[in-house]
Design a protein around this ligand. Structure first.
Ligand code: E4P
Length: 227
């Protein structure tokens, strides 16, 4: 399974890139707002992320509400850099815009997916990526991993050749909150997990690892002292 980072913060992206295990970036309007970004600077900021992550897919989301607006945003955002993927919500207008943009060779990440039928329709319309949310189910006491399992199984059942420029659809596990979400996504066969930096750090760290490093340090002190 590949790791994307779920952030619009350049510093967080640089940190995750330095670990050598990053395969892409997803942003959304809330994540951009969290950087304190202004509307006028949005596209320039997406270009900065795309340049920082040259060759890796970077999802930039349209906030348009109608098909023509989504298509216009998609054309403009995808023209900013070759690795920018346009993000659109799963809805009637989003499907229509995805279909139009996919037919023009634009890669689309269909987001805010909460069911297998939504994912299947998005893939049929030409989505290059579908983003089923896990954590928001947990936030309301439902099992997001079960819903993710439905999406992974359904998408994997079909050959999506010809539907989009790459002839394949990848499942991006989104709304990831915990290392367990990452483990479950990998076990289910999701292609990608997009993870906020805080959750990535929780994936890296473990109390027994910390204890082991401390005990090795303490014993190494003895080795050095015996010199
Ligand atoms: C994908 O990029 C989604 O926008 C993101 O993972 C949503 O996460 P949240 O549910 O924590 O807002």
């Amino acid at each position: 399974m590949k790791f994307f980072i779920d952030t619009a913060d350049l510093g967080e992206i640089r940190e995750a890139l330095s670990w050598g295990c990053l395969d892409g970036v997803t942003t959304n309007p809330s994540l951009y707002a969290r950087t304190g970004g202004r509307l006028d600077d949005f596209e320039a900021h997406m270009v900065k992320i795309a340049q920082l992550c040259e060759g890796l897919p970077v999802s930039a989301e349209s906030q348009a509400k109608d098909v023509e607006g989504m298509v216009a945003d998609g054309r403009r955002l995808s023209a900013l850099a070759p690795n920018i993927v346009v993000k659109l919500p799963v809805c009637e207008a989003g499907l229509a815009a995805t279909h139009r943009l996919a037919s023009e060779g634009v890669r689309v990440n269909v987001t805010l997916v909460f069911s297998a039928p939504q994912a299947l329709l998005a893939a049929s319309a030409g989505a290059r990526y579908v983003s089923p949310f896990v954590g928001r189910f947990d936030d309301v006491g439902e099992d997001g991993v079960d819903r993710l399992a439905d999406v992974v199984a359904c998408i994997g059942n079909y050959d999506w050749g010809g539907r989009n420029v790459d002839g394949r659809v990848e499942v991006i596990t989104a709304s990831v909150r915990t290392p367990s979400h990452v483990t479950q996504a990998a076990l289910l066969g999701a292609d990608i997990a997009t993870v906020p930096l805080a959750a990535l750090r929780r994936c890296v760290r473990h109390p027994l690892t910390d204890q082991g490093m401390a005990s090795f340090d303490a014993d190494w002190v003895k080795v050095v002292a015996a010199q």
